[in-house]
Design a protein. Structure first.
Length: 251
């Protein structure tokens, strides 16, 4: 974006420091209330009942066949992200939303310190090699498993297979229980990009946002996660020379 184009956007009113701080202090009251509401929601989430799932459900790891119980790596809790996958498709055609959120999950040691394992379940039956090639192209280091269709139907019973899901599990000995799940905007908790954008004057710049007239917003129908034919988060890897060959016969 050129400087001339950027200068065409509307901007907030210019005020003195005292007026600015007074307005910010008023907003801070609402922010603190929002934080307390979030704490109350988390407390309610911790009090949800749980449902048992089959800990022997098969998954595919780099080392071969494993079970859901194995994925815990001996820890008590597991957070699993179900990555949408388009079997036989090029890297550029893979899910841009899943790629965005997964790219923001990096350091897992703090989760481990709380007895939580994090893993990605690639919804890629019989295409584990494609999924791992994509993982390596993107530079992701979290545990990565492929979930056959039958396993997905077991784990996501009553939910749509082929959609992003974030699911939490608890292990008690050899028994496994599902304690929470979410999808769509619920998976935003995986990343910091949107929370940081929400702090900026122009926000997410998406058409659905409530912004003042003249604020920059993406045109209706313009994809939020994709640009120039690729998921946005792929471009740094491509420009750095990493191969996006998934072994599907095309690049």
């Amino acid at each position: 974006m050129s400087e001339a184009t950027a200068n065409q956007f509307a901007a907030p009113e210019i005020v003195d420091r005292t007026t600015f701080q007074a307005e910010l202090d008023a907003l801070r009251v609402r922010e603190k209330a929002h934080s307390r509401d979030g704490d109350a929601l988390a407390a309610a989430r911790r009090r949800l009942p749980m449902v048992e799932v089959d800990g022997a459900t098969p998954l595919i790891a780099d080392r071969g066949a494993v079970t859901l119980l194995d994925v815990f790596e001996g820890r008590r809790m597991l957070v699993a992200y179900y990555f949408m996958w388009h079997a036989g498709r090029r890297a550029a055609e893979q899910c841009e939303g899943c790629s965005l959120y997964t790219s923001q999950v990096r350091e897992l040691s703090f989760l481990h310190s709380r007895d939580v394992t994090y893993a990605t379940f690639c919804q890629a039956p019989l295409t584990h090699d494609e999924g791992t090639r994509y993982r390596d192209f993107m530079g992701w280091e979290m545990p990565w498993y492929s979930a056959p269709r039958e396993s997905l139907e077991t784990l996501l019973v009553g939910r749509r297979v082929g959609m992003m899901h974030l699911v939490c599990y608890l292990r008690q000995g050899s028994r496994v229980f599902e304690t929470y799940w979410t999808t769509r905007r619920g998976v935003e908790v995986m990343g910091n990009s949107y929370p940081l954008l929400d702090l900026t004057v122009y926000g997410r710049q998406e058409a659905w946002e409530d912004s003042p007239p003249g604020w920059p917003q993406r045109e209706k129908g313009q994809h939020a996660y994709r640009i120039d034919g690729r998921p946005i988060v792929q471009w740094p890897r491509v420009k750095a020379g990493y191969s996006d060959d998934l072994g599907t016969g095309g690049r």
